[in-house]
Design a protein around this ligand. Structure first.
Ligand code: SF4
Ligand code: SF4
Length: 256
């Protein structure tokens, strides 16, 4: 079935959503005084975090392309790093009339919503914040299963490419901030709220940082499930017993 869409300007997508940013956007957000959050997930080359999610080959390739090869203990792994605007409540740029105060310069992800950036996640209107009337009018968004808005498709590709282009530099920023622990993909995210001045300094310096001599870099997995942690440790993976003071774990597990 074809999907039409027309934004109603309700502003719901601008509240209580951390907004993933490209590296350049993150630098701009921090320069502007905005708080950033770091979200981290990783999977092991030999399967955990990837095969356990029953991802298709194409989905696995997508996950690999946007991740950095690292070593977790003796286990080859991939870590993906998201820098996002920390939006608890309304975004700092959301005006009282629900309009974006930086509309012309808003982040890529804000331009792309409600479309998905992951090419393997279909658009599900029922999973989005947009009211039902937003899906009842407007031009065709998806026809015959294909996205028909060419400028929007170009923005999505730009976002995917930025993920690939930025990953090494993001890892450098994390190293600078002492961040080297990620959750297992599918289990949740390890999140950090770095001190803003330190984050901004690392973002400013990253273009001048040399690539680390220790390459691939070493990361730890944070696994809150003791049984799973034991099984992963048997594969040679390094499991972090506790998280740093400025870190949290956001679980993606369904309640039993
Ligand atoms: S930057 Fe603008 S469009 Fe993006 S979440 Fe904030 S208010 Fe909304
Ligand atoms: S939630 Fe949907 S309809 Fe509302 S402002 Fe965001 S994109 Fe527009």
């Amino acid at each position: 079935m074809d999907t039409r869409f027309s934004c109603t300007g309700c502003g719901k997508c601008c509240s209580d959503h951390h907004v993933p940013l490209t590296l350049a956007e993150a630098r701009g957000w921090a320069e502007d005084g905005g708080q950033l959050i770091v979200l981290l997930e990783a999977f092991l080359e030999n399967g955990p975090g990837l095969h356990s999610l029953n991802l298709s080959h194409a989905q696995q390739e997508h996950a690999r392309r946007r991740s950095l090869p690292v070593l977790c203990g003796s286990a080859p792994a991939y870590v993906s790093i998201t820098f996002a605007a920390y939006n608890l409540g309304p975004c700092r740029n959301l005006n009282a009339d629900n309009r974006c105060g930086i509309y012309a310069e808003r982040p890529l992800v804000c331009r792309i919503y409600p479309m998905e950036i992951n090419p393997h996640i279909p658009l599900r209107p029922d999973m989005k914040d947009c009211p039902s009337e937003a899906w009842a009018t407007g031009p065709a968004l998806i026809a015959g299963g294909q996205l028909v808005d060419a400028p929007l498709a170009a923005l999505i590709e730009q976002s995917r490419q930025a993920d690939r282009d930025d990953i090494a530099a993001k890892a450098q920023v994390c190293a600078q901030l002492g961040i080297h622990t990620a959750a297992l993909k599918g289990d949740g995210f390890t999140t950090y709220l770095p001190q803003p001045a330190a984050f901004l300094a690392a973002l400013r310096e990253v273009d001048n940082m040399p690539m680390p001599a220790d390459n691939p870099t070493r990361w730890d997995l944070h696994i809150p499930d003791e049984d799973l942690a034991r099984r992963l440790a048997e594969t040679g993976a390094m499991i972090a017993a506790i998280l740093a003071d400025d870190a949290m774990f956001i679980s993606l597990r369904r309640a039993a």
